[in-house]
Design a protein around this ligand. Structure first.
Ligand code: IPE
Ligand code: IPE
Ligand code: MG
Length: 255
């Protein structure tokens, strides 16, 4: 079904792939793509090179998620806090986003991927905003993987923004106080209509959320790895999925 995607050699050599239970694939995977800077530093390269190498990992991981039938993949690409980085670095990240979308659009579209974004994209440079909205408009009727690019995304901003939208609906009478519950609240978040992430993967050794999907991760399984994002391989994704499949998710209940 996804034959347009080039077969990855990594997949062929992946010893772990066969161990994945195809009947228990997570519906929604979130990834905090971290460690680009450290990857570059280890090689005496500028940080920008780390980000560029990270894009290569994005290409491979998105294709693999599509191939194995993941329904939602949310990639944390730029946080509401990342604006404090040097201007040059912010510009590089924005340029890489445009490059990625331009370079991958055709193949993603042919493979039925919906290119979506979450976060306040109104604050992104106009070129990025346009590329993102065009990508979404041209893929929104696809039925495959929903690729959520989290851009200028912050979990706290997501919640505050949801409160504001909800207040508007209360004010206009579209919503009444007694109808508010967790389910209704979720519909005001950027992830409206999507299931909560089953697993969040964070490479680079950090063990924190860094403001990613705060509300949505109430019962998410976490998977950390020391590997920096540019070195993260399809095989690591497979390992995370297998690990996830061996977790006992109780949601507050008993086994
Ligand atoms: C992740 O890599 C990319 C973004 C946060 C945009 P980093 O740039 O954070 O890499 P480290 O943490 O400095 O290694
Ligand atoms: C989280 O990484 C944000 C993204 C991956 C986009 P950071 O590198 O910004 O997080 P901290 O500062 O280490 O917590
Ligand atoms: Mg980092």
């Amino acid at each position: 079904m996804f034959k347009v995607f080039k077969k990855s050699n990594e997949k062929e050599s992946s010893q772990v792939f066969e161990k994945i239970d195809m009947n228990n694939i997570p519906k929604h995977i979130g990834i905090i793509m971290d460690g680009n800077g450290r990857w570059a530093k280890q090689r005496n390269l500028p940080r920008a090179m780390g980000h560029r190498a990270g894009v290569e990992t994005i290409r491979n991981i998105v294709k693999e998620c599509s191939n194995i039938g993941i329904k939602y993949l949310t990639l944390y690409a730029f946080s509401t806090e990342n604006w404090v980085r040097p201007k040059d670095e912010v510009n590089t990240l924005m340029e890489l986003l445009v490059e990625y979308l331009k370079g991958e659009f055709r193949e993603l579209n042919e493979n039925n991927v919906i290119i979506n974004s979450i976060g306040d994209i109104s604050k992104l440079p106009p070129k990025c905003k346009k590329e993102l909205t065009d990508a979404y408009e041209n893929t929104k009727n696809n039925t495959g993987l929903i690729l959520n690019l989290a851009l200028n995304y912050g979990g706290r901003n997501d919640i505050v923004n949801a409160c504001k939208k909800m207040y508007n609906d209360l004010d206009s009478g579209k919503l009444s106080m007694q109808d508010i519950n967790e389910n209704v609240f979720s519909k005001y978040l950027y992830t409206a209509g999507m299931p909560d992430p089953d697993i969040i993967i964070r490479p680079s050794g950090e063990q924190r959320l860094s403001n990613f999907l705060l509300w949505q991760s109430a019962y998410t399984e976490f998977w950390y790895s020391q590997i920096n994002w540019p070195d993260f391989k399809v095989e690591d994704l497979h390992k995370a999925i297998i690990d996830y499949q061996n977790r006992d998710r109780r949601f507050g209940g008993l086994k």
